[in-house]
Design a protein around this ligand. Structure first.
Ligand code: ATP
Ligand code: IPE
Length: 269
């Protein structure tokens, strides 16, 4: 089984104020995924995608995930929860459109309908549904979304695609976890703001990074630092993951085919 992440920075214009989908990248990646599946039709695949400009702007604007100050604040956040959910769902439709166009039997799974959180971490899910889809050869497509939290002081929270990957990988023990993002892998510091940053081929601890820069201002789920935290939890269980630049044609395909020299491997020796 493979769990694959399509980062919000790849499939959307993440820096945009408005939701903008990067259809070109999406189709190219769907084609790369298909070219691998054709030769291995028995491979189970889950696709998780980020929200990019379809999620972060709204989650930020409505401050989803912070404690309710009063009744007005609750009403405001409730509206934001609904808007964010609706917009991430639209992006999910575009992702599924692209996968289906390339004959990948995608099935949209709305995180807000199958997950519950406690203090912003997923504690409950309908995992049997996902297992059944996989058994039937379908490809579940999940995404960073807003979900309910049992903590009554927050109730409405954001979960990243990376947290979903962490949760699913614990439950389903895939043999491969690949995350496509817009940089060549993990660097000792943010490569977009530091010309002297160096690519790290293997990350085994958060200390491998010099700084805790995340990504752009709009990222509400922790950017690269948040991503590595989730992946290190998996590495502790012996589930390794690979972060690659999905903007470079064929890297996703080659990573799916098993090329571990690409990007960064998150692994504890
Ligand atoms: P996610 O769904 O987790 O948000 P994503 O693919 O959209 O996935 P980002 O969260 O945007 O990825 O993280 C990628 C960004 O992280 C890069 O564009 C880069 O600017 C930033 N970044 C910050 N620190 C680092 C680092 N040490 N190494 C690599 N990238 C870093
Ligand atoms: C964010 O999910 C979810 C929302 C803001 C609703 P991600 O953190 O997985 O999204 P990207 O990949 O950064 O865009």
């Amino acid at each position: 089984m493979i769990i694959l992440k399509l980062g919000g920075s790849i499939i959307t214009n993440k820096d945009s104020k408005d939701p903008i989908c990067n259809y070109g990248a999406l189709k190219r990646l769907a084609n790369e995924i298909k070219s691998v599946l054709i030769n291995n039709s028995k491979e189970k695949l889950i696709v998780v995608h980020g929200a990019g400009s379809f999620g972060h702007n709204f989650a930020n604007k409505y401050d989803i995930g912070s404690i309710f100050k009063d009744e007005n604040d609750f009403n405001y956040k409730r509206k934001g929860f609904s808007i964010t959910n609706n917009c991430t769902k639209k992006l999910n439709t575009y992702v599924c459109d692209a996968l289906i166009e390339f004959d990948i039997p995608a099935i949209a799974v709305q995180p807000s309908s199958i997950f519950m959180a406690e203090n912003k971490r997923i504690i409950q899910s309908n995992i049997d549904l996902i297992k059944k889809y996989l058994d039937l050869g379908l490809v579940p497509v999940l995404y960073g979304d807003v979900i309910l939290d049992v903590n009554e002081h927050i109730n409405l929270v954001v979960i990243s695609g990376d947290q979903i990957i962490n949760y699913l990988a614990r439950e389903l023990r895939p043999n491969k976890v690949i995350l496509g993002t817009d940089v060549d892998g993990v660097y000792n510091k943010n490569p977009k703001t530091n010309v002297d940053s160096k690519l790290i081929h293997q990350v085994s601890s958060l200390n491998d990074l010099d700084s805790q820069d995340s990504t752009t201002n709009i990222d509400v789920t922790g950017g690269m630092f948040g991503k590595i935290k989730e992946l290190l939890c998996l590495a502790e269980l012996g589930i390794n993951s690979q972060i690659i630049n999905a903007n470079n044609p064929n890297l996703m395909k080659n990573a799916l085919l098993g090329d571990e020299t690409i990007g960064t491997i998150v692994k504890i020796d």
